[in-house]
Ligand binder design. Sequence first.
Ligand SMILES: [Zn+2]
Length: 358
Amino acid sequence: MALKVYSSGSSQQWEEPGAFEVAPNVYRIPLPLPGDSLRAVNVYLLLEDDHAILIDSGMYVPQARKRLKESLDAIGIGLGDISEFLITHLHRDHYTQAVLLRDDFNGRIALGARERPSMEIIRERATAKDPTMVHDRYSQLIECGAKYLIDILRNFEGDDGEIAGYYKMPDRWLEDDSGIELANRTLNVIATPGHTQGHVVFHDPQSKLLFAGDHVLPHITPSIGLEPTRAALPLGDFLSSLRKVRLLPESRLFPAHGPVVESMHNRIDELLIHHDLRLTQASNLLSLGRSTAHEVALGLPWTRRQVGFDTLDPFNQMLAVTETLFHLDLLVQQQRAELSIVAEVRHYQPPESSSTKL
Ligand SMILES: [Zn+2]
């Protein structure tokens, strides 16, 4: 089946196959993510005179490669024509296809400099084949008071050794606040820690486009701190990164998952309000006597459909309790909660003064 080039957004679902020209010489190409509830990941092709640049690359699976090839065919270029991969962060749906294409052709890969420690850990684990090294996510579950999830999640584990082949090092590390000069545009690299510590977005100030990766998504709130190294205050980082990007001139939002959005400012405002509300809800649950991240997560509504924690699958329960932990840690930093640790489990309570009657 020959794929079509579309002049801009059409009435189709965002994940439908095709090459969508979303700005002059900028194409949104959704690639499949088999078995993933996100359904697809957008990669963005920039045509710059003799060069083709891809922002994010898709996942290492054959279906994604086939779809990318068909989509590039429709535009009139080949997989080997991509000279540079600019990757927003190291998650496999963004990074790994670039490694395979670099192996087979020539392109260079660039990744945010602060992804380096996580990259090194992923590579070490895979070569060490030491299962005990995989489980720092699990110690976090113990801290959340959600130890029961560890055994359930163990059954879902994949083979990290296999994945290592897709995590070769990039050719260059991108520094915050640097510029990438292309033939017809300059992209500013902006470090946006939160989703991962080394996440970056690419801003084209001239054409007013923001290639946002997973930092700002139109339909969901990105998960926080999903990486092997641990940040001290991942939600604090994420909110600061949102505020930093909010200060840029209004731009169109080109997300990695979901359709193009005309106002990045509106969407960032919604995300900031969402997290404000979550912090207040978590703080209220502490006042009602809940104390661990697991207990608080049980009292919060989840997903856009506002469902109960118990209806989430184990993987999403893990994301939910750790995200709650990050909210509670931020409350502590804001002096809206106090922390005590008992047998590795983190317990939170309202600050002394708030319960003191005057
Ligand atoms: Zn991601």
